[in-house]
Design a binder for this molecule. Structure first.
Ligand code: CBY
Length: 430
């Protein structure tokens, strides 16, 4: 008698859990697929300055089911070339592995076995560096999370103790200048979710306490991500929103339905696409999977990748590349380098110029005060030194870019400057 009373209750409970699991993934509807064309066009027509950009693009296209032979061949070559150069950071190698293995049959696993072993080594080097340099990794926690995610997905070795010790949400590496990094937190949630699934499938042996730790970390990171939600639905900023969406897709049991209006986020992103916010291949590649309801946890799930009903079916030939326009009109901007002293100049550049053009002009005017170096990253050029003073991840120093005293949200080659603007490059700590 008692049991028969309980049964409907259990049924009700299960019923109420299932929809919450399904509803959290919102994706672009078929009628709106054409609104994704600017993203695809950017990804396909870009000239990649680094192979790692190709890895981001290949991973993204494979996840949403675009497997055009010509594009695949071109991207695969770039990704393999970048791997052969052997100068990849841990997270870059992780991305290469994710891209190469994404949505492929598991017999491919033998082919890339050596890459996973290399990643195990690089992950250990990151941890070792933290031991010697006050908890600072060689790169950053976004990359450590990518490492853990990849090792977890492709049977690489890591220990639960490492996860427990290094992925506490209070760890300083989740913050830059006191500000929670949504990109980093989101990548960590994806990695921790993979670890949690491995524990539940008994792929790694642990005790109940370990699982509880992982649950607590995930819950706290999800809260922090949601607290960075803006009025228009973006999470963090436009460039972190795709990865934040992925993190929220895989962790529906850690927040209430009313805490996130996925459709609102989706609508704002679609609007931003039409305003060309994603003109960088990496930016486009990082937003696309979430818009199609996919996450990086789907990479070793071949059926979820290509054959899903929401499979993108577009004709590549219809995608027209956008050419930037160079204007004959000149504008004038103020430029400052701030260390302990202030170095100031005024430069004239063509309208439509980017931050990097201003820095180059200033360097022509005064080589001593304004000389600088940069390195290519997946997001384009990244300033590594000014006046010979080099950024250093061991002491968390870097060159921060500001406009009107506020940090800008794009890199030097993307940020378009305006007449009369006060630009600054400031020696900072994160
Ligand atoms: N990727 C990485 O390793 C980068 C991880 C990341 C969290 C990244 C953002 C997010 C992503 N999706 O890739 C990141 N930035 C980090 C970790 C960092 C730090 C790098 C230090 C280190 N040891 O690795 C640091 C120094 C705090 C940092 N980012 C600095 C900057 C500024 C660069 C200035 C320069 N010297 O050139 C800048 C311009 C902020 C500023 N105002 O100074 C900056 N980052 C920006 C704007 C960004 C966004 C780029 C957006 C764009 N359209 O160009 C970013 C996406 C990203 C790249 N940074 Co950081 C964050 C965002 O706005 N959502 C892994 C690898 C395999 O690809």
């Amino acid at each position: 008698m008692r049991q028969s009373h309980q049964l409907p209750l259990v049924g009700l409970l299960l019923f109420s859990l299932i929809p919450s699991q399904l509803c959290t993934i919102c994706e672009v509807s078929k009628e709106n697929y054409s609104r994704l064309n600017p993203l695809l066009s950017t990804m396909i027509h870009s000239k990649y300055t680094r192979g790692i950009q190709a890895a981001n693009v290949l991973l993204s296209l494979r996840l949403v089911g675009i497997q055009d032979q010509n594009i695949e061949q071109k991207l695969l070559k770039e990704v393999r070339d970048s791997e052969e150069k052997k100068d990849l950071t841990s997270g870059q190698l992780a991305l290469v592995i994710l891209a190469l293995r994404a949505c492929q049959n598991s017999d491919e696993s033998v082919t890339y076995f050596h890459l996973v072993s290399q990643l195990e080594e690089k992950f250990q080097e990151e941890i070792k560096n933290m031991g010697v340099h006050d908890g600072n990794p060689l790169t950053n926690y976004y990359q450590l999370s990518l490492d853990l995610l990849t090792l977890c997905l492709f049977n690489g070795s890591y220990t639960i103790t490492e996860v427990k010790n290094h992925f506490t949400p209070e760890n300083k590496n989740f913050y830059f200048g006191g500000q929670f990094s949504v990109d980093t937190g989101a990548m960590a949630v994806l990695a921790l979710t993979c670890v949690k699934r491995s524990i539940m499938n008994h792929q790694i042996l642990t005790n109940g306490e370990d699982l509880q730790h992982i649950n607590n970390y995930t819950e706290s990171l999800v809260k922090k991500i949601l607290s960075e939600k803006k009025g228009n639905g973006l999470i963090g900023n436009i460039y972190s929103t795709g990865e934040a969406m992925q993190a929220l897709f895989v962790s529906p049991n850690y927040y209430n339905k009313n805490e996130w209006n996925c459709q609102q986020t989706l609508d704002t992103v679609l609007k931003e696409i039409s305003q060309e916010a994603f003109h960088m291949p990496t930016a486009a590649a990082q937003i696309l999977p979430a818009l199609m309801g996919k996450t990086y946890l789907d990479v070793n799930n071949v059926s979820s990748c290509a054959s899903s009903p929401g499979h993108l079916n577009i004709s590549i030939d219809e995608l027209i590349p956008v050419e930037p326009t160079i204007s004959p009109i000149k504008i004038s901007v103020n430029y400052t380098v701030q260390i302990n002293e202030t170095f100031f100049t005024n430069v004239t550049v063509p309208k439509g110029s980017v931050f990097l053009d201003v820095m180059k002009e200033a360097q022509k005017i005064n080589q001593t005060a304004f000389r600088f170096t940069y390195a290519e990253s997946s997001w384009g050029p990244y300033i590594t030194s000014v006046q010979g003073l080099k950024e250093n991840s061991n002491d968390r120093t870097y060159w921060q870019l500001l406009s009107g005293g506020e940090p800008v949200s794009q890199g030097v080659a993307s940020y378009v400057v305006h007449n009369g603007e006060n630009l600054e490059v400031r020696w900072s700590k994160y």
